[in-house]
Design a protein around this ligand. Sequence first.
Ligand code: BGC
Length: 249
Amino acid sequence: MSQILGIDVGGSGIKGALVDVETGEMITPRFRLDMPQPSTPAAAADIVQQIVKHFNYKGKIGIGFPAVVKQNVAKTAANIDKSWIDTNVATALGSGLNDCQLFVANDADIAGVAEMQHGRGKGVMGTVVFITIGTGLGSALFRDGKLIPNTEFGHIRLKEGIVGERYASSSAREKEALSWKKWGKRFNNYLEFIELYLQPDLILLGGGSSKYFEEFKSKITIQTPVEPAILQNGAGIVGAAMYAATLNS
Ligand code: BGC
């Protein structure tokens, strides 16, 4: 059995677990620590070190990171400290972890890959859009099961300069104290744009808020089938470990 540590870095918390990358299952409980504010590279590295120590782990680590990531380098920073831009995330988070090799990709891409291989997206052909609802809105786009990375659909402009994730993320819901129904209407409005531009065959929802799907599903009226992901919040960790498993340092 091949076990790899998967870590999901989010705007408000960092969580990790050991994953059996063959079955796509977490084999330990998740260990979560708050993301320090400001969420600088040094502050986040300290948290990642605590997570690695908690699992007493050596070896490959997969990291899902909430930004555009190219060759381990962060290119954007919407819900994290701006100093991440152009930082090599693997180097920054791996400082002090001499017995580990870190592999980094966008958090939603990584979670989407896990959901496509081990969850609701298994074997689904055509265009699938996976949206994670959390501090921000993350996206992963698949065509016949193949990922097109770094899509960033959480940042599409809806109207009059309103950015998708500022309007329909979990943090927008919390900040404006919206009921699930009121927020669901907004989220449906956001999905109308996804539908218009991408004409997907299926939309899957992941991230923390997706487990409340029953609370807002009556407000989702677009034509495209919309379903909650099966792996839900675990997908970020499982996908991160799967990502590391496929790469060599
Ligand atoms: C970031 C994305 C990320 C998403 C979810 C957005 O603000 O721009 O890269 O996938 O949040 O964390």
